[in-house]
Design a protein around this ligand. Structure first.
Ligand SMILES: Cc1cc2nc3c(=O)[nH]c(=O)nc-3n(C[C@H](O)[C@H](O)[C@H](O)COP(=O)(O)O)c2cc1C
Length: 192
């Protein structure tokens, strides 16, 4: 028996824990936690941001940002940058204990403790009907720490210890094990 739950607490799962990096007007690195975001085409990511975000001010000025992925090891810091705004706390990245470093190809910070960075150019911004701001970034480079690469030089999720945001219970969860092969498993039905 199914129950209709209405639209309170809408979620898609697993929801990412994205960390978006920008520089303020003094070159101070800022980081925010974003659940409402993800890949929206081969080389683009879309984010939904509230208006009152240091991140938004920063990306409007620099036209660039970085997208990184929270890990089990950086969960506390990831949550911290999601509950404290750079508009109120100066240099929250330093306070979090994370170490900013320059991204290779854009004017935005990477973070030493976050092993993979999508370096993005702001390509679109528009107001949503619900009063938030939808930004789209073109990924112009991906940089990754060697420690999370496999023997073929590709990012290995097992080595990243990724977490996701459980919007239904407001918990952070581990991303799990491999259970099958994409674009392959469906052949068991197609070829039956
Ligand atoms: C788990 C989690 C998910 C969040 N998702 C979003 C989001 O998708 N969009 C958004 O605008 N704010 C989101 N926030 C809130 C921002 O991270 C928060 O307002 C932050 O302080 C903004 O930082 P800034 O003002 O320094 O940019 C989220 C916070 C948490 C803890």
């Amino acid at each position: 028996m199914r129950k209709s739950l209405g639209t309170k607490g809408v979620f898609t799962a697993p929801q990412p824990v994205l960390l978006v990096g920008t520089y303020d007007e003094n070159g101070v690195a800022n980081l925010m936690n974003v659940a409402w975001g993800g890949q929206c085409s081969e080389k683009h990511v879309a984010l939904n941001l509230g208006h009152e975000r240091q991140t938004l001010e920063n990306m409007r000025r620099t036209k660039t940002f970085t997208v990184m992925f929270a890990t089990e090891e950086t969960m506390v810091q990831a949550d911290y940058v999601g509950i404290v705004s750079g508009l109120k706390v100066h240099d929250k990245v330093a306070k979090s204990g994370l170490t900013p470093m320059r991204a290779e190809m854009v004017n935005a910070p990477a973070i030493e403790q976050l092993p993979v960075t999508l370096e993005c150019r702001l390509s679109e911004e528009r107001e949503t009907p619900t009063g938030e701001v939808r930004v789209v970034g073109e990924v112009v480079n991906i940089s990754a720490d060697e420690s999370v690469l496999n023997e073929k030089g590709r990012v290995d999720f097992d080595k990243m210890h990724l977490i996701c945001f459980d919007e239904a219970t407001l918990k952070y969860r581990r991303i799990g094990e491999i259970v099958g092969n994409a674009f392959v498993e469906g052949n068991k039905i197609r070829k039956a």
